[in-house]
Design a protein around this ligand. Structure first.
Ligand SMILES: [Zn+2]
Length: 384
């Protein structure tokens, strides 16, 4: 009942008020995302301490912290010490606001229930945070994924429509699990549906990651001139570089990193620091120094962060949405990789992948009937 009134309020009578309200709240969330992006990878608390100038540590007053306006009024400078504040804050706030507006507008266009719009807004915010942390640190904080999954599950239980609606839309009839559960209470039905999407996406990504490792195997780096590497029980260190833990380089227990020494021997080390030299046991209890001219390490085609992110997206946009997004993201990611010509490092993928996934998952919220129609056309063309 309340939802009906709210829908009336938001979608019809006061659309511009609703739109403005959505934009303002979106900007405020964007302002909070700035904090999340900065603090989450560092393991800092999101609430304490409050916002402060990174240079002079002066606390930022509430009125200076107003999204977009605060930055514009101060012309991008700290009120106390005049150090310039990155326009990045302004951009993230505005972009979040406009993306929220677009999701809300799509909600009105397709006449979606507000719970689904809410899911879209939260998903959009999490995807922005995931993309920006991936760009900065090449990882997607697992807390973001857990938070997103929790939100999707709670919404599925509280508002079954957040999951169901798309299945009742004429363009979205293929949901076998959903129709199988018709005897269940709508809340349970919706929760199972969400859980099913998540587990299928996870299994699929897990298999792809395994397969990717088998097919694309290892990444080789030639060292010319040869490099002196120190091998230890827990880590290795190349000349002046920082030490890299075996666990950081190798994610699976059956993986190995191989060092090719200048005297034509091969040293293999696994995740636990067990090593062999030309097949014989090689103790790393004491530091070993070797001169190498080549090394090979397993390249993760699908990183752990991508795996969990796609799993999360399945809770937001279902199996079809997440797989289409994955496909498009991989295609455009590959093109970007070729253009930018960046090389993967031992612990880092060449390019951040989360932004590519995020863009297409977000566009799914805006254009999903078009996507589904295209999928249908392709399936039809393949059948005939
Ligand atoms: Zn300052």
């Amino acid at each position: 009942m309340i939802e009906k009134q709210l829908i009336n309020l938001f979608y019809t009578h006061y659309f511009f008020v609703g739109a403005f309200f959505t934009f303002v709240v979106g900007c405020c969330v964007g302002s909070f995302l700035n904090v999340v992006i900065w603090r989450l990878p560092l393991g800092m608390s999101l609430s304490v301490p409050g916002s402060h100038c990174p240079k002079c540590q002066t606390e930022i007053k509430l009125y200076d912290n107003v999204p977009i306006l605060g930055w514009l009024v101060l012309k991008g400078k700290c009120r106390a010490c005049k150090v310039s504040i990155s326009p990045r804050y302004l951009v993230i706030e505005a972009v979040t606001g406009f993306m929220w507006l677009a999701v809300m507008y799509a909600g009105r266009h397709y006449d979606l229930p507000l719970s689904q719009v809410l899911l879209g807004l939260i998903a959009t915010s999490i995807l922005i945070a995931a993309s920006l942390t991936d760009i900065e640190t090449r990882t997607v904080p697992i807390q973001l994924v857990y938070f997103g999954l929790a939100v999707a599950f709670i919404l599925a239980l509280a508002f079954p429509e957040s999951q169901i609606l798309r299945s009742t839309h004429p363009l979205y009839e293929t949901q076998p699990v959903y129709s199988m559960l018709s005897d269940f209470h709508p809340r349970l039905r919706s929760l199972f549906h969400c859980l099913f999407n998540v587990s299928i996406a996870y299994s699929f990504m897990y298999l792809c990651a395994k397969l990717g490792r088998k097919i694309f195997g290892s990444h080789t780096i030639e060292c010319d001139p040869p490099v002196l590497v120190k091998l230890r029980k827990d880590n290795c260190q190349a000349e002046d570089d920082k030490a890299l833990a075996w666990k950081e380089i190798l994610s699976e227990k059956d993986e190995k990193i191989r060092f090719f020494t200048c005297d034509k021997q091969v040293i293999e080390v696994n995740r636990k620091g067990h090593a062999t030299r030309d097949g014989l046991d090689y103790k790393l209890d004491e530091e070993q120094k070797v001169l190498i001219d080549k090394l090979a390490f397993p390249s993760a085609v699908i990183g752990g962060g991508d795996l969990t992110l796609i799993t999360l997206c399945a809770a937001f946009v279902g199996i079809q949405g997440s797989l289409v997004s994955l496909g498009l993201a991989s295609f455009f990611g590959m093109i970007y990789l070729m253009i930018s010509k960046r090389e993967a490092k031992m612990t880092q993928r060449a390019i951040p992948f989360a932004p590519f996934i995020a863009i297409f998952v977000w566009s799914w919220f805006l254009l999903w009937p078009h996507y589904i129609e295209q999928i249908r056309n392709i399936v039809k063309a393949l059948q005939s």
